[in-house]
Ligand binder design. Structure first.
Ligand code: ZN
Length: 274
């Protein structure tokens, strides 16, 4: 399988297919990856790389994680997973949290973003149309991942991650390199007025991310809204890379909630300091 992307690369190793950002691959002290549907052992609607334990068999999903870690060069024993519910709480992770949500039970609810500045901690967050946000502080060597669906986006979870990194690691937003996506893109993300109103309320340049159409519907560009939120926090324009792969348009490669009417597996973003 091949992709047509200016910002991302599709890689294959040990039977596992995953995406990397060209801009993040230039940073030598991190490893990052975004999973696809391919390379796992799940069956049926989860065929084959499903990384959510919620509805699939536990041992099968564990095997998927092990295969993914082998293929994309992460240490399975260092994974720390989020506990997402479309809010904006950011968890500061250390080695003490390794295994949570993977080999150990989730210990707290409502964790939609993770940050760390420790080696030996691999952050893991979940997606199937919602927007992943990747953060790398190139000076302080700290990292973050966030899950930004429309609710997380309008709650400005990206700004919450930057605030948490600044408070805990002394991050200057000007030193951040960020990546946005892959997610359902403006070609496919139609919402009603009550949802669109939340995007107008952001008071950003909404002419670039809310597009009214007939029938009281709106097309929303989640990636652009998140990009503007990061810019408003002081991240430099040239340090933000945006995915050009729509999950719904590429639903043979990527899990899309809308393309599958919810009968689907789940992808994960992974990032660790080397
Ligand atoms: Zn699309």
């Amino acid at each position: 399988m091949t992709i047509n992307s200016k910002t991302m690369t599709l890689r294959e190793n040990a039977g596992v297919h995953f995406l990397t950002y060209n801009k993040l691959s230039e940073i030598d002290f991190i490893n990052h990856a975004f999973s696809t549907r391919l390379g796992g052992v799940s069956k049926g609607i989860f065929d084959s790389m499903n990384l959510s334990f919620e509805h699939d068999d536990f041992d099968t999903v564990t095997e998927n994680y092990k295969r993914f870690c082998k293929g994309a060069d992460f240490n399975f024993d260092t994974l720390v997973a989020s506990s997402q519910d479309h809010h904006s709480f950011v968890r500061v992770c250390t080695k003490n949290e390794c295994g949570i949500g993977i080999t150990r039970p989730k210990d707290i609810k409502s964790v939609d973003a993770l940050v760390t500045n420790e080696k030996g901690v691999t952050l893991v967050t979940y997606y199937a149309d919602c927007t992943p946000l990747f953060f790398v502080d190139t000076k302080k060597k700290a990292i973050g991942l966030a899950h930004a669906g429309w609710r997380g986006t309008v709650q400005k979870i990206g700004a919450e991650v930057i605030k948490t990194m600044t408070e805990n690691y002394g991050t200057d937003p000007a030193d951040l390199v960020c990546a946005i996506g892959p997610a359902i893109s403006v070609c496919c993300y139609e919402v009603d007025k009550s949802c669109a109103d939340n995007f107008y309320a952001l008071k950003l340049d909404d002419s670039k991310f809310v597009f009214p159409k007939s029938g009281g519907k709106f097309m929303v560009d989640l990636l652009e809204a998140n990009r503007q939120i990061l810019l408003s926090c002081g991240v430099k324009k040239e340090n933000i890379t945006v995915s050009d792969l729509c999950t719904r348009c590429n639903s043979d490669l990527l899990w899309s909630h809308r393309a599958t009417a919810g009968k689907r597996g789940t992808m994960s973003a992974f990032m660790a300091l080397k």
